[in-house]
Design a protein around this ligand. Structure first.
Ligand code: SAH
Length: 362
C-alpha cells in the first residue's frame, strides 16, 4: 500500500487527504475496511455498540418510537449504515420485540462495503428472526418508509483539510520525501473561500478547516429518499456541536493513536464530524433536523439509567461490569460528551424523540 501510494504521488503529484483516506480505507484489495475486521477488544477500536448491549437497545426503542411517529406504516425499512460487527442491529432487533407490531412491520437492510464485515454481520445476525439484505450504498437500499441509523459511519468519510496562511486558505496534502509519506501544503491558495464552512471563513493564520466532499451528496440521497417516502435518519459520531475548526485527522491502531501516514491500510483513519456543518447541509436540503445533542443526554432521555438498573437487578454478579459500561457510554470524560447525536427527518413528522422533553410512548 505504501509503495503504491508513493508511486501514485510520483506520477500524479501530492494527494488530497480525501484521496489518501479513500485509498487507505477503501482500496479494493488493500484498503483497511476491505481487508480487515478490526473492531472489538482484539482490534483497533471499540465503539459504543461493542462496549455495551444497552446502546443498541436504546436505538431499538428509539426506532420503535420513530415508527409510531411515522403513523405505524405496515412496512418499514430498518437500515443500518456501516454496521461493523452487527452488534447494534442485533441489540436493536431484540429490543424491538417489546413492540410486536413494529417487529412485524420491519424489513432489515444493511449498507456495508466491506466483504469480511458483511460475513461477520451475517454471523452475528443469524437467528435474529429477520431476513437481512445487504446493499453497497444507501441509494441501492429498499424503497419505502425508512428508519436509518449509523454509528461512527460519517467519521470515516474522507476529508479535505485547508490551513489559513497569510489570509488565504491552502490545502494540506500528502506528498513524498526520501521514500516516506509526508504532509505538505499546496503552493497556490484556494481561489475563494466557498469550500470553507462559513463560521471559519474569517479565522486567523494557522486555523485548520476540514470538509467532507462526499457529505452533501450523501445528505442529498437521504433528502431524495425522504421526499418520496417518510423517514428518519439517526447518526452518532464524535465531534463538536459547533464548527470549531482544528486538525482532527487521526489514525487508530490497536487502541492507540498512530501517525496517519505511517501504516496506510493497517490503521483506521477518521476525523471528527462537524455537527453544525452537517445540520447546515441537511437544512439546505429541506430536511428537518433535531439536535445535535450529546450522547449522554440522548441515552438518558431514552432511559439508559433505568435499563442499567434493571440489568443490574437481574444479574447482581454483573452489576459492576454493567455500571462500567454505563459510565463508558455516558460519562462526560468518556463517550458522553465527545459524541453527539443528530436526527434528519422528512418534513412534517412530529419532533424526534430524545432531543427534547417528550416522554417515550413505546
Ligand atoms: N457502526 C459500527 C462500525 C463502525 S466502523 C460500530 O459502531 O461498531 C465503520 C463501518 O462503516 C464499518 O462497518 C465499515 O466497513 C463501514 N463503512 C465505511 N465506509 C462505508 C461506506 N462508504 N459505505 C458503507 N459502509 C461503510
Amino acid at each position: 500500500m505504501k509503495q503504491r501510494l508513493l508511486d501514485l504521488i510520483a506520477q500524479n503529484g501530492p494527494l488530497s487527504l480525501a484521496q489518501f483516506m479513500s485509498e487507505a480505507l477503501y482500496h479494493p484489495t488493500e484498503g483497511y475496511y476491505t481487508t480487515r475486521v478490526a473492531l472489538g477488544a482484539d482490534g483497533d477500536f471499540i465503539t459504543a455498540p461493542e462496549a455495551s448491549q444497552m446502546f443498541g437497545e436504546m436505538v431499538g426503542l428509539w426506532a420503535a418510537q420513530a415508527w409510531i411517529e411515522m403513523g405505524g406504516p405496515a412496512r418499514v425499512n430498518l437500515i443500518e449504515l456501516g454496521p461493523g460487527s452487527g452488534a447494534m442491529m442485533s441489540d436493536m432487533l431484540r429490543a424491538a420485540k417489546v413492540m410486536p407490531a413494529f417487529q412485524k412491520a420491519l424489513r432489515v437492510g444493511l449498507v456495508e462495503t466491506s466483504a469480511p464485515l458483511r460475513s461477520r454481520q451475517a454471523h452475528t445476525l443469524e437467528g435474529c428472526g429477520h431476513d437481512c439484505t445487504w446493499f453497497e450504498s444507501l441509494e441501492h437500499a429498499f424503497n419505502g418508509p425508512s428508519i436509518i441509523v449509523g454509528n461512527e459511519f460519517i467519521d470515516c468519510m474522507p476529508i479535505r483539510q485547508f490551513v489559513r496562511v497569510q489570509n488565504s486558505w491552502r490545502e494540506r496534502v500528502v506528498g513524498a520525501r526520501e521514500g516516506r509519506l509526508v504532509f505538505g501544503l499546496v503552493n497556490d491558495p484556494l481561489p475563494s473561500d466557498a469550500l470553507i464552512p462559513p463560521p471559519l471563513r474569517a479565522a486567523g493564520d494557522g486555523a485548520v478547516a476540514e470538509i467532507r466532499p462526499a457529505l452533501p451528496a450523501f445528505v442529498n440521497a437521504l433528502a431524495q429518499r425522504f421526499k418520496i417516502d417518510q423517514g428518519r435518519a439517526l447518526f452518532f459520531d464524535y465531534g463538536a456541536a459547533r464548527t470549531t475548526g482544528g486538525d482532527t485527522f487521526q489514525a487508530l491502531r490497536a487502541h492507540a493513536s498512530a501517525d496517519p501516514l505511517d501504516a496506510p491500510g493497517l490503521a483506521d483513519l477518521t476525523a471528527h464530524v462537524d455537527f453544525a456543518e452537517l445540520k447546515r447541509i441537511a437544512e439546505a436540503f429541506d430536511l428537518d433536523v433535531a439536535g445535535p445533542v450529546t450522547q449522554q443526554a440522548w441515552l438518558n432521555a431514552l432511559g439508559i439509567q433505568q435499563r442499567a438498573a434493571a440489568l443490574q437487578r437481574a444479574q447482581p454478579d454483573q452489576a459492576l461490569r454493567i455500571g462500567r459500561q454505563l459510565n463508558r457510554l455516558t460519562a462526560p470524560d468518556q463517550m458522553g460528551e465527545l459524541f453527539h447525536v443528530i436526527c434528519l427527518s422528512s418534513p412534517n413528522l412530529p419532533p424526534a424523540f430524545g432531543f427534547g422533553e417528550q416522554k417515550l410512548s413505546a
